[in-house]
Design a protein around this ligand. Structure first.
Ligand code: ATP
Ligand code: MG
Length: 425
């Protein structure tokens, strides 16, 4: 790609400086004062030009991470494969990355694995080299807040205008260098509502396998970004029937209505500014696998043991591909473990369940299962009514349960009862 760089002034590009995070401007100015080049780059410039609210602000600079650290003593250097500086302002972090060279040259071919995968990406470069090593043209626009100027080396402004998501350079090469870019492509097309480049689409079946080469911790980060993108349903609908879903979540069926419903629900919560946790969607995606394993173990174990064994197996299998940090895996176990207890509707356990730290998440999960056609809609409805009821009404509901319960359920009978209910749902 040899095209002339375009420089646009404020009147031409329309990006309003006041919409940029003042902390990001502070980082740029202080790096410039120290004699380095520095620009805003990536998603923040893209989103501001689209009139959207950037999620975070990234800075690109000629300063090496160590030099950044000297300018900002509170900066933290993170990452090995891709070393960057984090400059903290209260709860916000500005990511500062050093200009890098893109395509591996012969002398540093040791950076690449045989498959073309980039193993290390810490070869410093110039501003224009930095532009060409980025993933998509629309992610390679630089903004200089001092002169309020945008620099475009790769035709990103044009693609932004035509709503095109296009890799810089050869699609297949860029995907081989870093298969995670496939997930980024799907996330951006869902988030921005752009059409996916037919070349990317064509590469999906073959390149999907290469996702298995990616360290599980990095895949967790990228999958989380899709889950909390606010457009997870659209991204999943695209991924579910492809080899990508198989590569990431072999345990998840391609057409599970629970998954789509949960993603739609998560997207709606994000639109409403309600909190979401990616743990919930991981729990959803692995639910069928957990259930199948539970049913198998429940043949010859007590329910609690069967649950623990099933959860351990499902998570261990999935962890080989995507590393789910402990705080999330515990959340997932809790939400799964509470399902049977919520379904059972035993009067003596109601108060305790309501107090459980994960009650709310487990209840939401139960409701979605009911909506997805599992025979738990009645139980979910009971919990909905119970939460809405005042003290007296709650007592009446519990009395009713006591009245309808069998004298005192005998061990091993409960699962049978639940089984018999199935045809109703
Ligand atoms: P958002 O922050 O909204 O998710 P973003 O485009 O800012 O989107 P980041 O992950 O924050 O995404 O990355 C910042 C920038 O770094 C990108 O815009 C892109 O230019 C570059 N980049 C990130 N990941 C890659 C990658 N895997 N390959 C090449 N360039 C990348
Ligand atoms: Mg970003």
């Amino acid at each position: 790609m040899t095209q002339q760089a375009r420089y646009l002034n404020a009147a031409e590009h329309g990006l309003i400086r006041d919409e940029v995070d003042p902390n990001a401007i502070d980082v740029v100015e202080r790096l410039e004062d120290a004699g380095f080049q520095a620009f805003l780059v990536g998603g923040c410039v893209r989103d501001l030009l689209l009139g959207a609210h950037p999620k975070d602000f990234d800075v690109a600079t000629s300063a090496t991470p160590e030099q950044v650290k000297r300018v900002f003593r509170r900066a933290r250097l993170v990452g090995r494969r891709f070393r960057i500086a984090h400059v903290r302002y209260g709860r916000h972090i500005i990511e500062v990355s050093t200009f890098r060279k893109g395509q591996a040259e012969e002398e540093d071919e040791r950076r690449l694995a045989d498959s073309g995968l980039i193993l290390r990406d810490n070869v410093w470069g110039t501003l224009d080299e930095d532009a060409f090593r980025r993933d998509f043209t629309i992610n390679a626009l630089y903004y200089d807040p001092q002169h309020e100027e945008i620099i475009d080396f790769v035709g990103g402004l044009d693609d932004l205008e035509h709503q095109r998501l296009r890799f810089i350079g050869d699609t297949e090469t860029r995907l081989r260098e870093d298969p995670v870019r496939l997930l980024r492509a799907v996330r951006f097309q869902a988030k921005l509502g752009f059409t996916l480049d037919p070349e990317i689409e064509a590469a999906v079946p073959e390149l999907a396998e290469h996702l298995r080469e990616i360290p599980p911790a990095r895949l967790f980060d990228e999958v989380c970004k899709i889950f909390v993108s606010g457009r997870s349903e659209a991204a999943w609908n695209y991924l579910a029937p492809t080899r990508v879903r198989w590569a990431l979540f072999p345990c998840c069926p391609p057409d599970d209505p629970l998954v789509t419903l949960a993603m739609r629900n998560t997207d709606r919560r994000i639109a409403d500014d309600k909190p979401v946790t990616p743990g919930f969607l991981f729990a959803v995606v692995m639910w069928r696998d957990f259930q199948a394993r539970f049913d198998a173990h429940a043949q010859n174990r007590k329910p609690a043991e069967a649950r623990a064994a099933a959860a351990g197996e499902t998570l261990a299998e999935q962890q080989q591909i995507i590393a789910i940090p402990r705080r999330f895996s515990q959340f997932i176990r809790d939400v799964w473990g509470l399902q049977h207890r919520l379904e059972a509707l035993r009067p003596r356990t109601v108060a305790g369940l309501m107090e459980h730290e994960r009650f709310r998440a487990a209840y939401d999960f139960l409701v979605l299962r009911g909506e997805a056609g599992e025979p738990v809609a009645e139980a979910a409805d009971w919990w909905t009514r119970y939460q809405d009821a005042d003290h007296d009404a709650r007592e009446a509901m519990l009395d009713e349960l006591r009245g309808s319960a069998e004298p005192e359920q005998k061990k091993g009978r409960r699962r049978k009862r639940r089984r018999r209910k199935k045809p109703e749902g």
